[in-house]
Design a protein around this ligand. Structure first.
Ligand code: FE
Ligand code: FE
Length: 274
């Protein structure tokens, strides 16, 4: 799982896939810094057009995550695999299954993206991949740390470090589907609990939820919320199975439609063109 190495014994197709992953991360580290992050948020996070939830969700059929070594299936299938594994675990709340369905839905931004910003289907470097706090040195524990030195903020000594325990919400994580979807949900006045916001916003921040490098930045709420993000991560990572893709049925659509009505709405404000 999550093996990114370019070792010699790879098949030609697996090697080509890993090279695309490396390129995606190299461009992410090179281009995304605090300043560029603000530009992306300003450009993409104004939600002024009404669209139907399922019309948007179904657009995930059209995108495969270029940074993911563990699946080559469209993102809509990964979303359902994650959601269904959570739903079948009776000890977990219904909103968490809904999080499974929509945690990666921010990737619909590819419909409004462009190559220059890394938000298009062909580039994706500002859409996918593990995230990091901008304006700071990037931890060596992050995936493919060899590209950290390409980052302007990582090598700058003029930015100044944030206050200890300032809290994750007071930092600016590298832009991608996490931040985009969090802002989309907030703009639509979702009714899920605070834990859901952490899952959506920080599920790609592995250096925080699966490491210790950002512990010095955590506030009390972050410390409390880490447990649920880690719990969610198990479903996100370990339900990927290209040999056993789940299929939508009428009953499943009904089940998730009820959750969408309960916690969000059939229609959402977005920025995606019709
Ligand atoms: Fe994700
Ligand atoms: Fe995911």
């Amino acid at each position: 799982m999550r093996d990114y190495s370019l070792k010699c014994e790879l098949s030609a197709s697996e090697r080509a896939k890993r090279e695309i992953i490396h390129r995606t991360y190299r461009l992410q580290r090179t281009n995304i810094n605090k300043e560029f992050n603000q530009y992306l948020i300003g450009k993409y996070c104004n939600f002024t057009r009404m669209a139907n939830f399922w019309d948007l969700f179904d657009k995930l059929d059209g995108i495969v995550d270029l940074s993911d070594p563990d699946t080559s299936l469209p993102n809509s299938i990964h979303a359902l695999q994650t959601a269904e594994a959570i739903r079948k675990n009776c000890n977990l709340p219904d909103w968490m299954a809904l999080c499974g369905l929509l945690h990666d839905m921010g990737k619909i931004l590819y419909l409004d993206g462009c190559d220059a910003d890394g938000t298009s289907k062909d580039t994706q470097w500002a859409l996918v991949g593990d995230t990091f706090a901008t304006g700071l040195p990037i931890p060596a524990s992050i995936v493919l740390p060899e590209y950290n030195s390409c980052n302007k903020d990582h090598t700058s000594d003029s930015l100044g470090l944030p206050a200890m325990n300032c809290g994750l919400d007071n930092l600016s994580m590298s832009f991608g589907h996490d931040e985009y979807m969090y802002r989309l949900l907030k703009a639509n006045n979702h009714k899920m609990p605070r834990q859901a916001e952490y899952i959506v916003r920080y599920h790609s921040l592995y250096a925080w939820h699966s490491g210790t490098d950002y512990d010095y930045l955590e506030n009390e709420e972050d410390m409390k919320m880490k447990k649920i993000v880690k719990e969610f991560n198990k479903f996100d990572l370990y339900t990927k199975n290209d040999a056993l893709p789940v299929r939508w049925t009428h009953d499943l659509r009904n089940f998730y439609s009820k959750l969408i009505k309960k916690y969000i709405s059939d229609d959402m404000m977005v920025n995606i063109p019709p």
